[in-house]
Every structure is written in C-alpha cells, then in structure tokens.
Design a protein around this ligand. Sequence first.
Ligand code: 3HC
Ligand code: NAI
Length: 707
Amino acid sequence: MELGESAAYVRREVQARVLIATITNPPVNALGADVRRELVAAIEAAEADETVEAVLLVGAGKNFIAGADIREFGKAPRQPSLPEVCERIEQCQKPVIAAIHGVALGGGLEIALAAHYRLAVAGARMGLPEVHLGLLPGAGGTQRAPRLIGVPAALDMMLSGRQIDTEEALAIGLIDRIATGGDAYTHGLAYAQELLSSRAPVRRTRNADRHLTDRDASRAAIAAARADTAKKTRGLFSPLKIVETVEATLEQSFEQGLLTERNLFAQCMASPQRAGLIHAFFAEREVLKAPETRDAKPRPFAHIGVVGGGTMGAGIAVAALDAGLLVTMIERDDASLASGRANIAKVYDGLIARGRMSEQDKENLLARWTGGTTYDALATVDIVIEAVFEDMAVKRAVFSELDRVCKPGAVLATNTSYLDVNELAASVSRPGDVIGLHFFSPANIMKLLEVVVPKQVSADVVATAFALASKLRKVPVRAGVCDGFIGNRILARYRTAADYMMEDGASPYQIDKAIREFGYPMGPFEVSDLAGGDIGWATRKRRAATRAPDERYVQIADRLCERGRFGQKTGRGFYLYPNGSRTGSVDPEVEAIVEAERQRAGISPRTFTNDEIIRRYMAAMINEGANVVHEQIALRPLDVDIIFLSGYGFPRHRGGPMKYADSVGLKTVVDDIREFAKEDPVFWKPSPLLAQLVESGADFSSLNQYA
Ligand code: 3HC
Ligand code: NAI
C-alpha cells in the first residue's frame, strides 16, 4: 500500500482507521536519523489521511525501542532531532498510542511519553538509563516523566537508570494498561479501537499536572535528591544535572523546561565523562567478539566440577549454583570438603541475614551441589575448574587426575593467577581442552573473568569459556599467556610505582587519597589492607630469588608484615582498624616505619603533588597496558579497559586506562615516562607501541575495531 512504500525504517499500514507505524531498525530499533525522519513522516501521513483516526506506534523484533542511536553521539547532528520528533508526536491531532514490548529505554521511552496513551505487554521493561552514559533524558523525558508519574518516581528512574516492569509502571502511572499474552501489535490495535469507540481525546503529557500540584512535597523531593546525589555520585557530572532539569518542571513552563533540558543535555554530551561511559558501553560488547567466539560453537554444559573449596573454589561454586548449574566439588579430604561446603553456605547465610534470600532458596541451591574426595566423581562433568593452591606441582597432579577421569570433550580449566597455562596444558594428553578461567575474588560477585588462551587450545573450548561467562553473568575478556595475564601483570607495575612514590616521599595516605579523588573507590594501600598483606608478602618472598639485581625494591610492606600488620584481618596494616572497624585511620607508627625505610635506602624524601601521583600511577598502568597489547596478550586496548573497569575498580566514567590515555594525549604520557626515566631508567621504559603511536600521531582508539 502506498503509505508504506518509501518507508524502510518505519513501516506504515492502515488497519481499521488506525495507522500502524512499525519501527524496524534491527537489532534494537535505536532511533537513528532515518527512523526519526520516518516517524515524523508517519505522523504527518496520519494527519493528512482522512480515513485515519489514530496512530499506533509499535516496534518490530524483540523490542519497542532501545533509545537514541548511541553511535550518532559526538557526530554532527542530523535532522529531525529526537526532541522534535517527540514534540511532533505529542502535537498530533489524532490520538497516538504506544504499544510497548521488550524494552522501551531512554529516547524509546521518551517517544512513548510523548504519545497520548501507553500500553505495555507483560514482560516489557521500561527505563531511562541515560545516567549510565553520562547523560540525562534529552527528548523531553525530564519534563514529561515528572508530569506523568510525579517528581520522586521520575527522579528515581532517571538517577538509578533502572528498568522497571509493567506492574511497577502501571502502579506509578507510566503506562495506562498491561496486556497479557499475544503481541504488542494485536493488543495495541485492540486498545486503539477501544479508544476510538469511546471517543477518547488526544491527551498530551505536557498538560498532565496532577502530580505537580503538591509543590512543597516535590520541592522537598528535589532537595533530598540533590543532597543524596551529591554524596553518592562523587565527581559524576550528569546526576546533578538530572536533578536540575527535573526541578525545572516546578519552576518553569513546559517550553522553558525543554530548553533547560536541551542546554543541560548539551553540557552532558560535551563532557569527557559521556565519552568515557559510552566507550565502556561499546567496549563491554566488543570484548565478547573474540575470534574464537565468531568461528566456533561452544560445547554444551550443565554440570561443573570445581577442584578446591577455598576462597576461590567456593566463590566459583556459588556463581555456578546461582546460574542454575550442577556443581560437584572435590577436596583433599572430608574435613576440607566440609569446609568447602561451609564456605558456600556462609555466602548464602549472609544473604539470608540481609533478607535477600530464604532458607528454602538456600536449600534449593545447595541441592544442586555434591561433593567428593576422589576424582571419579568428575567423570561426567562438562567443565571442571581447578582452584587449588597456587603451586605448579600441585596443579599438575590435579590435572593428571582430571586427564584420567574426565570424559572426552570435557573442558579442563585452571583458575591460576600467575602460573604458565601452556605448561599445564602440555602436561596432559588433551592440551586442546585446557584453558585458563581467571576469576576475581569474591568470585560470585566480581564481574571480570579473564579467559586465558593457551597455544594449543581448541577454538570451541574458548567459545565455551565465553558461553560459561555469559551464563554466570560475568564479563569475559580474552587474554594470552604471560606472568599475571592482563590484569595482574599491569597491576604489578602501577603498584610498584605507588611503592616507589611512597619511599620517595609521598605518604601512603596521600597516595590513597589522590587515587580516590581520581575516582577509584579505594587507594592501593587500602586495597592491600583489605586483601591481606600476607598474600603479597608470600609472593614477594617466592620471587625474591628471581628478582633482577638492578631492580629497585621497596621493603616497607615487608617491614609491616614482619610486625604482623596484615591489614584489616589483623586490625593493623597501612592503616589502623580499631575494634574491628572496616575504615582505617592514619597510624603514626606506619609513618615512622616508612621514614626509617627511606633513611635505610638513603633517600631524602620530597613532596609530591596529587597530580604528580596520578601521572606516575597512570603512566605505569598505561605503559604496561600498551606492552600487553603490543605483545598481543590483549586483543585490543579496549580489552585492557574492560579488565580494569570490571575487575580493578577503575572509574567507569574515565572509560578505562587506555581511553583515559587517549583523553590525556599519548604524547603527554610518553613525555612523562621519558622524564621519569631520567631518575629510574630500569623501571620507566616507554612501550614500543606507545612510542610508535605517538610517532604516527595515532591513539589507542585507532586500534579498537569498532565504530
Ligand atoms: N544505540 C546504538 N546501538 C545500540 C543501542 C543504542 N541505543 N543499544 C544497543 N545497541 C547495539 C549494541 O551495541 C549491540 O551492537 P553489536 O551487536 O554490534 O555489538 C546490539 O545493539 C545489541 O545490543 P546488546 O548486545 O546489548 O543486546 P541485548 O539484547 O543484550 O540488550 C538492550 C539490548 C537492553 C537494548 C541493551 O543493548 C541496552 O541497554 N542498550 C542501551 C540502552 C540505552 O542506554 N538507551 C538510552 C540511549 S541514550 C538516549 O536515548 C538519549 C535520549 O534521552 C536523547
Ligand atoms: P585457598 O587456599 O583458599 O583454597 C585452596 C583450596 O584447594 C584449599 O581448600 C585446599 O584444601 C584445596 N586443595 C589443595 N590441594 C588440593 C588437591 N590436590 N585436591 C583438591 N583440593 C585441593 O586458595 P584460593 O585463594 O582459593 O586460590 C586458589 C587458586 O585460585 C590459586 O591458584 C590462586 O592463585 C587462584 N586465585 C586466587 C585469587 C584470590 O584472590 N584468592 C584470585 C584469583 C585466582
């Protein structure tokens, strides 16, 4: 029919006096320029056609609309803008109905808010997640949502960015009805017919004011949100701007409010935080596209074996149980097995104590757990993850048993932090089945999973690792084999840079503060107190024999450990933790130890500015990140970014260390490294990749293969 002929992105058809506009822009119906143009054309066609009495907006495929097209951000704007589209929809002279299924997010929900009636099919989810991208709803959402659902509910949706279900949406007045069973098209059309029969009028959200009448309550909600936001979102730009735009609904006319929204949206768009957060969004999806996940199909899995029930084994078991998998745990003896099971139960007991799980839930989860002290129990598992002591001889013995009992095709994985996965793979008769799955502690909570790919591994084993990560709701990043893989290898470098600064004159407290102000939740010395100083101490002792003789070695942490100062668990580390407190306080004794060590090393302390601390810390991180990419241990700079965002607390709004390096300018970073090298040429050596990129005027993002 002629209405739909030219429309590729918004299909149009007329059924029983209703123009149905179907947004068709796979995969998620993002509102790119073509969609926007054709949406306006659909409204105009509906107004021009006398046989049409209403408009129905639906999405083709899995979703209504996922929002603005994020790939357009930062590029030259194309007309019509999304606010204009929403305005055109709201101004339509005939009733416009949005029928939502799947998700209606960001600009997608704003389209629905501009419509006159809203229906959602059960299972649909709605949200304004712009805050996660460093933005605020910029297509009238900040002005329409409060008018429709009230200031507190609108602030909650915009500041949390959370998705709400249909029941909640109905309860707060975001939608008019829920349809169950069937599709959005059919329900939407039926609803439109019903509205036409009852002569339902055009009903514009801009005129809704029921919720804004109690201005005092709304103003109080704004004040509370402002105070809370300032406290919680340290350094984040867009949340306070969200509060400001919502406030405009009380103090300004609808039109003025839209202008305020426009102005603040543009400020957010121009902020480097927006660039960092959007980089994180795409990079998180790009890490899933390892060569093996494109070329191979994962092996099926339902039953996981875990060897070792200590810190990591228990955490991994919880992650697998939570994902609905069967788990068989192997330990050395009955007592260790019992403590492995108890470690798992402890996690669930914690959740029960906080009211987040019932005894029955715990029982149901543990019903999928079995334990054993002989390897035969692993004969039928699909994937086994070894998490025994970090000792090659112990691990090789375990792998030889796995080789003996596991069925053909079972994936044999190790959770080693540092050991050579190639060597472990070569020690069994089926090296193609061996892979590293490096979880982070606590393994049931931390999102990151380094998928360590040894030389001989089959592509489908790598694909299986990525599929397991998805099942466990982890963020998998492909890593090559080297000492520490990607994350811990880079960590070792910037941690050392922090130790050097401490010995050269910065106090651990100043360093932690500078790092926190950069956006980390904790500084490096607080982290070491949390993790337990004894772990690093044991590693340092083990490595002492192989340490390069010309390498500078700071002994301060050893001095603390010799005094039993292992951190929070002993009540004292770099900080004091009196009476089991979890927040540390400054300890003059530590300052004295640091000072004595400086003297012993013949160092006359100097002062550091916070800026210099960050420059050195980041230069060490970026330089090793470049080495890791150069040696193809990481596929791309973005893989390094995701490792640090999801496993090491790097502030997400900075996009990761490599993105941060681009924002600072690689030349600045290399100049810094060359400057630092004047005093310590052994530690500070510019990575060949970094030097090469600066030479050619390129940056890390040029090596990230995505738009
Ligand atoms: N724009 C452009 N591309 C998008 C997109 C968007 N809004 N949302 C998703 N995509 C892309 C992804 O990058 C991915 O591309 P790829 O296949 O090339 O990697 C593809 O669509 C599929 O996405 P997912 O892998 O994430 O698919 P899922 O099915 O797991 O999730 C989703 C779907 C829930 C829609 C999820 O993609 C999502 O949350 N998207 C972002 C939603 C969002 O933030 N919307 C607000 C945008 S800002 C805005 O609207 C501003 C306005 O107020 C003016
Ligand atoms: P842990 O000491 O808490 O647990 C190890 C468990 O393995 C113990 O319960 C022990 O009884 C068991 N075990 C030892 N030999 C065994 C054998 N032959 N058969 C069966 N069980 C055996 O150690 P943790 O911290 O859980 O570490 C395990 C592995 O995970 C190590 O390789 C470690 O490097 C790695 N890892 C540790 C992280 C951490 O933060 N603790 C983070 C990431 C990896």
